[in-house]
Ligand binder design. Structure first.
Ligand SMILES: [Fe+2]
Length: 321
């Protein structure tokens, strides 16, 4: 029997040095969905982001549809950014990221089928929660919890047909293959999502803070309607978001207690979790290897004992060994 996929260790959800390693290995080298171009309609209006402690500003420079600049306000330097054919703006947070096509091979055919600019921007909200960024992404990447956590959502999007298709740096969730323009959920590794359901569209970012147990959630909402019809949609999707929020805080409490070390993932129903966790694991291990080798080289050059130079976080939960 093939071995079952295990989760990341619980210690990875509560360690500051591990988060700093994730930051260097994953976040600094990634691309981020800032939103559809309809988020940036007013010329000169600055839309500000903070991703993994890097401040990013996006600003429409003129009335031309694709004239949006993404830059570091302190230095004035541009970040690499990319607007897709169907109007999604992505950005990096450092020059260490590869090209858009290298980071997201195979994304264009998928997002080329949906017009993401048909729904106007309506509202943004953000708030902090007491959970690690991966606790929220774990929940997003599976729908096993949907039936009991989201009773109102499950009525419209029953988990019967729910399917996740994983690609290198994104996952596509389809609630019902017969309704391609609704019930479409996209996860962009590591921490952005785009959700077309309930008649509207939302995009959220799961922003890690320097505290591994605290994450800032940022949501942007898009809908054709204003007034009561928008409020009805907003109430529905906020209900789902708050149900996830409560679930994450409870899950994090368990991760913090030190009783649970790691678990086994359902190969069918949790393939999205397994996929993104494997990406994190691979990138973190590769980064650590590079840094240890680099530190050892430095130590050799200076003639000191390399074992004293290497200060790396523990990658294995002591409780599991
Ligand atoms: Fe959920």
């Amino acid at each position: 029997m093939a071995s079952l996929t295990r989760t990341l260790p619980a210690s990875w959800y509560r360690s500051s040095p591990l988060y700093q390693l994730e930051r260097r290995a994953v976040f600094i080298k990634a691309w981020y969905l800032l939103g559809p171009v309809t988020r940036f309609m007013r010329v000169g209006e600055k839309v500000e982001y903070e991703i993994a402690q890097v401040k990013v500003t996006a600003c429409r420079m003129s009335g031309k549809p694709r004239d949006i600049k993404v830059f570091d306000e302190n230095t004035g330097m541009d970040f690499k950014s990319y607007i897709t054919e169907t109007g999604l703006l992505f950005s990096t947070i450092s020059d260490d990221a590869p090209s858009f096509d290298e980071f997201f091979p195979n994304l264009k055919p998928l997002i080329g089928t949906v017009d993401f600019t048909r729904l106007p921007y309506r509202r943004s909200i953000k708030y902090e929660g007491n959970f690690n960024w991966k606790t929220m992404v774990d929940g997003y990447q599976e729908c096993l919890h949907c039936q009991y956590t989201h009773p109102s959502f499950s009525v419209y999007y029953p988990p019967t047909f729910y399917t996740v298709y994983n690609h290198e740096n994104f996952s596509q969730h389809v609630a019902d293959p017969k309704k391609a323009d609704d019930g479409l959920f996209l996860y962009f590794f590591p921490n952005c999502t785009l959700n077309v359901y309930g008649g509207g569209m939302s995009s959220f970012r799961v922003c890690p803070t320097e505290k591994p147990g605290v994450t800032r959630m940022e949501f942007d909402y898009y809908h054709i309607e204003t007034g009561d019809k928008f409020e009805e949609y907003f109430k529905f999707v906020r209900q789902v978001a708050m149900e996830d929020y409560e679930l994450c805080e409870k899950a994090q409490e368990n991760l913090e207690r030190g009783v649970y070390a790691e678990g086994i993932l359902n190969p069918v129903k949790e393939s999205g979790v397994a996929h993104y966790q494997q990406r994190v694991l691979d990138l973190v291990c590769k980064q650590r290897e590079t840094e240890v080798r680099f530190d050892a080289g430095d130590a050799r050059e200076s003639g000191s004992d390399s074992s004293e130079m290497i200060v790396a976080p523990q990658l294995v939960d002591p409780a599991s060994s």
